[in-house]
Design a protein around this ligand. Structure first.
Ligand SMILES: NC(=O)c1ccc[n+]([C@@H]2O[C@H](COP(=O)([O-])OP(=O)(O)OC[C@H]3O[C@@H](n4cnc5c(N)ncnc54)[C@H](O)[C@@H]3O)[C@@H](O)[C@H]2O)c1
Ligand SMILES: [Zn+2]
Ligand SMILES: [Zn+2]
Length: 360
């Protein structure tokens, strides 16, 4: 089969690799019908995620068709259309039993496209398939559902739930990339009083307004003053960090009101200062987290009910074989305006579960 292979810092290629095969009785082999790229993939290519070895097939978000299952898999069968979660779950360890799948100690967690071959391929082996894939309700488009593999559960769990957004709250989302935009969408499920988005890029801020931000501020235009002005100088009830750099994290902790919540979503590569000399007296709650994807079944039901607007987020569509071009477009978002790029082909309209070569 063909797959997108990480070849070392700065290099990826869409190339021939061996077809995946069932290795463990809990595995499923899934044919990839819709797949997206993530900012994390760009970090891997830049060399920021050293655990990813050259030769690794990247990708941790996809929707596909189950082709084959190991003998222990009960929840899905060949022919089923499934969402592949960015987080795999052994189901047995202490953390999985608390639905904290992101912290799985039994071989799951974020493994796809990281520690094992991932979804940017024609086929993928998914471990612990019973808990790591989700049947997609009929009527839900694969190119919508694929947004629930990572960005929606991340924004919802690590941003909205950790930030405990409540009706009437003033919510600030710093960073209006795919995650920040999904945080705006899912924060609205709780009827906040006002959502303020902050970004450097005007096209991202206009996407934020289309998705329901009430006010936006360019990072250079004194967003802290805007938040102060809109809250009688008090600060926001909830501030979400969806960038991952020290300046934005520190800004979030200055924007929160006494008794408010700062939910960090961003992946940080550098130390950020925690100004306890200012914060100790403010009763502030600060949360961090890796997504668990425990909310994915609920988000799929909301999507099936038409209650989760997602269409705005996929700005570019490609055939699977155009993977390298998709990386170029996604990697130059400031120039191309890309938010999410999705790949998949009309070649996969019929469900054909005859074993693919090498998977049986
Ligand atoms: N915690 C988790 O489980 C988890 C999961 C997935 C992704 N993430 C992280 O969430 C973060 C957001 O992901 P994304 O895919 O939306 O990333 P992205 O890079 O596409 O978006 C980040 C946005 O922040 C903006 N930005 C950059 N510097 C800024 C600044 N100084 N002030 C204001 N805005 C600024 C950019 O213009 C961009 O729109 C990343 O750090 C990503 O690694 C976390
Ligand atoms: Zn991701
Ligand atoms: Zn586990």
């Amino acid at each position: 089969m063909k797959a997108l292979v990480f070849q070392g810092t700065g290099r990826v290629a869409w190339q021939d690799v061996p077809d995946p095969a069932v290795k463990d009785a809990a595995d499923a082999i899934v044919r990839v019908d819709a797949v997206t790229l993530c900012g994390t993939d760009l970090h891997i290519v830049k060399g920021d995620v050293p655990e990813v070895e050259p030769g690794r097939v990247l990708g941790h978000e996809a929707v596909g068709t189950v082709m084959e299952t190991g003998g222990d898999v009960r929840a899905v069968r060949p022919g089923d259309r499934v969402l592949i979660s960015c987080i795999s779950s052994c189901g047995r360890c202490r953390f999985c039993r608390e639905q904290r799948y992101g912290q799985c100690r039994g071989g799951g967690g974020w493994v796809l496209g990281h520690l094992i071959d991932g979804t940017q391929a024609e086929y993928v082996r998914v471990p612990f398939a019973d808990l790591s894939v989700h049947p997609v309700p009929s009527g839900v488009d694969s190119f919508d559902a694929v947004l629930l593999a990572d960005i929606f559960p991340t924004a919802y769990e690590v941003g909205v739930l950790n930030g405990a957004v409540r009706p009437g709250d003033t919510v600030v989302v710093v960073g209006a990339g795919p995650i920040g935009l999904a945080a705006i969408t899912t924060a609205r499920l709780y009827s906040p009083g006002r959502i303020i988005a902050v970004d450097l890029d005007e096209s991202r801020l206009s996407a934020a307004r289309r998705l329901g931000a009430d006010a936006t501020a360019a990072a250079g235009e004194e967003p802290e003053q805007l938040v102060a002005d809109l809250t009688d100088g008090l600060g926001a009830d909830v501030v979400m960090e969806a960038v991952g750099v020290p300046q934005t994290f520190e800004m979030c902790t200055r924007m929160v009101r006494p008794g408010g919540r700062v939910a960090n979503i961003g992946v940080h590569g550098k130390p950020a200062a925690l100004h306890l000399e200012d914060l100790w007296i403010k009763d502030v709650t600060l949360t961090t987290g890796l997504v668990d994807t425990s909310s994915t079944p609920m988000l799929l039901r909301m999507m099936a009910a038409g209650r989760l607007p997602t269409a705005e987020l996929v700005t570019h569509r490609f055939e699977l074989g155009q993977m390298e071009e998709a990386y170029d477009v996604f990697g130059s978002a400031a120039r191309t305006g890309a938010i999410k790029v999705a790949l998949g082909g009309p070649q996969h309209t019929a469900v054909d579960t005859a074993p693919a070569t090498g998977t049986g």
